[in-house]
Design a protein around this ligand. Structure first.
Ligand SMILES: [Fe+2]
Length: 411
């Protein structure tokens, strides 16, 4: 965890904390209480739950443990809004989060205000260890801001009225950049986060890995190329698929990216709109990304190949989240923004990995089973949140996040 919690790329800790807290509220502004209560499927959470859970995180790990005399807003909320922390005791079942018509959205807003006021009062007297937890809480809330948007997209996608979360300008008439290949470095390189600055525990320690000769594509796979994969029978050709992936395609009757509605339109946070064929394909699973790469005569990059290639790129540029409102992948981006990129690497511990101390040690380490690493950032990632060493992870069938791919190949 951070050793210099007061330092950060976006100003001092307090201003980043309250800007982050405000953005979450702003994201909820267009929603009714009913919109914020729906849970579209068990892996997604209601908007209201995100608002409350991110507050519970600060209330529990900062205020309860480090602010003498802090009084919880409601003693019952710990059961409702603990996500997965075994050390924090029993909790409401995740698939039942959508059953919580109470507390109301306004009550959750009051909960947030209560926590914010306590944070503001307490911040000047917090210990360095507690300030590190504030930094973790900011980064945690940013992760939930992205989930907030992808879960609202999944919620509205369930509604035949095709509601829009907000408005977006129509696609510009870009053509996708021609595909070209860059030679990656060969030999021993270093990956992972250095000791200074904030990073999640799973990004450390920085360590050496060996890269074989390889090339990596200059851009992500586009919607237009995905259309060609579909037209070539990609979803009906078992030899392109991993065995589990082929089972999944048949069981779930998958035949296109998650939100494609017909030959020419897709569902987005701005409602249904024309597919932008030059934009990076999004909402595809690891299984689909892997099958596409095989069809294209390539493969997915390893995490180390991707990270080494991206190490000189600026993680703060590209199409990322700057404020409340709908987002959509756009053509022409670089290594960060638009879509997270699937890698072929399992989410596993680095040599010398040590989970963070205390209850927050459950943050990442216990999920190192059955998940693949995604690199970069998406259009829903708050700008400043990601970096080359960042390790997003999801199970191979997940596709409600903004997930796409970049090709790589052996050289
Ligand atoms: Fe969380």
């Amino acid at each position: 965890m951070a050793t210099h919690a007061r330092q950060g790329p976006c100003g001092d800790l307090a201003s980043r904390l309250f800007a982050t807290r405000k953005l979450t509220l702003d994201l909820a502004a267009p929603l009714s209480d009913a919109d914020a209560t729906v849970q579209p499927f068990p892996d997604a959470s209601p908007a209201k739950w995100h608002l409350a859970h991110t507050s519970w995180f600060f209330e529990t790990f900062v205020l309860r443990d480090h602010a003498p005399g802090y009084r919880p807003f409601d003693d019952r909320y710990a059961f409702l809004f603990n996500s997965y922390y075994e050390a924090e005791g029993p909790r409401h079942a995740r698939p039942r989060r959508g059953m919580l018509s109470r507390p109301s959205l306004d009550e959750i807003r009051s909960y947030r205000a209560h926590v914010d006021e306590a944070l503001e009062r307490t911040l000047p007297s917090l210990s360095p260890a507690a300030l590190e937890l504030v930094e973790l809480g900011i980064n945690h809330e940013q992760q939930h801001q992205e989930l907030f948007l992808t879960d609202i997209l999944a919620t509205f996608a369930e509604n035949p009225l095709e509601p829009a979360y907000g408005e977006l300008a129509p696609p510009a008439c870009f053509a996708a950049e021609p595909l070209s290949w860059h030679a990656g470095r060969e030999g021993i390189v270093e990956i992972g986060a250095a000791d200074a600055g904030f990073a999640f525990d799973s990004e450390r320690p920085r360590h050496r890995v060996f890269l074989s000769a390889h090339e990596i594509a200059n851009r992500r796979v586009s919607n237009g190329e995905w259309r060609q994969f579909i037209d070539a029978g990609g979803y009906r050709t078992p030899t392109l698929w991993l065995s589990e992936g082929w089972d999944w395609v048949q069981r779930e009757q998958v035949s296109a990216p998650l939100y494609w509605r017909d030959e020419a339109t897709e569902f987005t946070l701005a409602g249904r709109r024309e597919i932008d064929w030059a934009a990076p394909v999004s909402h595809v699973s690891f299984y689909e990304a892997d099958a596409f790469a095989r069809w294209a005569g390539a493969r997915l990059p390893t995490e180390a190949e991707w990270e080494d290639f991206a190490s000189s790129a600026d993680p703060a540029i590209g199409n990322q989240l700057d404020g409340a409102g709908p987002v959509l992948p756009r053509p022409g981006g670089g290594m960060f923004g638009d879509v997270w990129e699937w890698t072929q690497s399992a989410f596993a511990s680095y040599p010398g990995f040590a989970p963070a101390a205390g209850a927050v040690g459950e943050y990442n380490g216990k999920f190192m089973s059955g998940q693949f690493v995604l690199k970069g950032a998406s259009c829903a990632t708050p700008r400043g949140h990601s970096r080359a060493s960042y390790r997003n992870f999801f199970p191979p069938h997940a596709r409600w996040q903004f997930t796409g791919l970049r090709l790589a190949r052996d050289a």
